[in-house]
Design a protein around this ligand. Structure first.
Ligand code: UDP
Ligand code: MG
Length: 321
């Protein structure tokens, strides 16, 4: 008896790509079932993240045609990470192993076999890692690189060039479900779950239709969330900066005394204005960073649900949902 695989696909306004994606994934799953790599109860689980277009009706239609296509509908748009978590937590109850991927199939589906092979040879987590970033714009490439570098300097354990294309076993998902944080940054949390992991390299294609659902603003928020959810180093840096400035103020004090006793007392305007700007800037920045963390605490203490599922389309015979 082979293991049940669930492909989990978060979808937000993906009506343009969904049919093609569904067809490709169906072929893939069928081939794998034929090759006896996975159980015939394996499924493709779409998570509709509060789309404003026809995404959910397409999912319903696909499910009607073939119940290998399953779906869950979130009560509203909660963002990629939450949608993914909703899918994974639902799949965890039925599947032995899950693979998460994007609806636009930018991640090469042909390496799914390799993921599953790694799983059978003992990995609980398999990270899909992009072998190159040629299909990205120069801007996305540099910002992504800077982000990964920054994260590793801040002491966050993250797999380089890995997005959310990843396999997770049932027990890894159970581990993940113990992480109750509301500010989700899965790429940073999954390594904390532990267990044996491995890497599979793949080429990332361009989106074949539709637009990226990650505009610059969302990307910046995502990066900031990632940093502040996983590292307290920025606060330490501020403390360090405080000490440094305190130290310099002693030197400045000595300097003013020297100037006073040796004559040139009229000067001082430049240094005064400069220090007002400098100190003011540093204070504002520090307040901002600390505020960011307090905001995080505020969100975490409220313990709001990370997602609410309004409908589920998963065939009954092999589920108790
Ligand atoms: N997505 C989502 N909710 C959102 C934004 C995006 O579920 O609020 C999904 C989207 O449908 C896609 C995946 O997350 O399947 C990644 O989004 P996208 O391909 O637009 O990001 P990019 O590849 O450009 O980083
Ligand atoms: Mg994409």
């Amino acid at each position: 008896m082979k293991d049940i695989l669930y492909l989990v696909i978060p979808c937000y306004n993906e009506e343009e790509v969904l049919h093609v994606t569904a067809k490709k994934l169906l072929v893939k799953i069928n081939n794998m079932v034929e090759d006896e790599l996975i159980s015939k109860d394996s499924k493709i689980l779409f998570v509709n993240d509060g789309s404003k277009d026809n995404t959910w009706s397409i999912i319903k239609e696909l499910h009607k045609q073939n119940d290998i296509f399953s779906g869950i509908n979130l009560s509203r748009n909660r963002g990629h990470q939450n949608a993914l978590l909703a899918g994974l937590m639902t799949a965890k109850e039925i599947a032995d192993v899950t693979i998460s991927l994007d609806a636009d199939l930018q991640d090469d589906v042909d390496v799914i076999d390799k993921f599953v092979e790694q799983y059978y040879s003992g990995s609980d987590v398999v990270y899909g890692v992009r072998s190159s970033r040629e299909t990205d714009t120069f801007f996305k490439r540099t910002t992504a690189l800077t982000f990964y570098k920054l994260m590793s300097t801040l002491g966050v354990d993250m797999v380089y060039n890995h997005a959310d294309y990843r396999l997770m076993s049932k027990r890894a998902l159970e581990g993940l479900s113990e992480f109750k944080e509301v500010n989700l940054f899965l790429r940073g949390i999954v390594p904390l779950v532990g267990y044996k992991s491995s890497i599979v390299e793949y080429e990332r294609h361009e989106r074949f239709a539709g637009e990226s659902k990650y505009p610059l603003k969302k990307m910046i928020t995502f990066a900031l969330d990632g940093i502040t959810s996983l590292s307290i180093k920025p606060i330490r840096i501020i403390t360090g900066l405080g000490f440094l400035i305190f130290f310099f103020s002693f030197i400045a004090l000595a300097y003013t005394f020297l100037v006073k006793f040796f004559g040139k007392t009229v000067t001082g305007w430049t240094s005064l204005t400069l220090s007002i700007w400098l100190i003011g800037g540093i204070q504002l920045l520090s307040l901002g960073v600390i505020g960011e963390y307090i905001g995080k605490i505020y969100n975490e203490t409220k313990q709001r649900p990370r997602f609410i599922i309004s409908d589920k389309l998963i065939s009954k015979e092999n589920s108790n949902l």
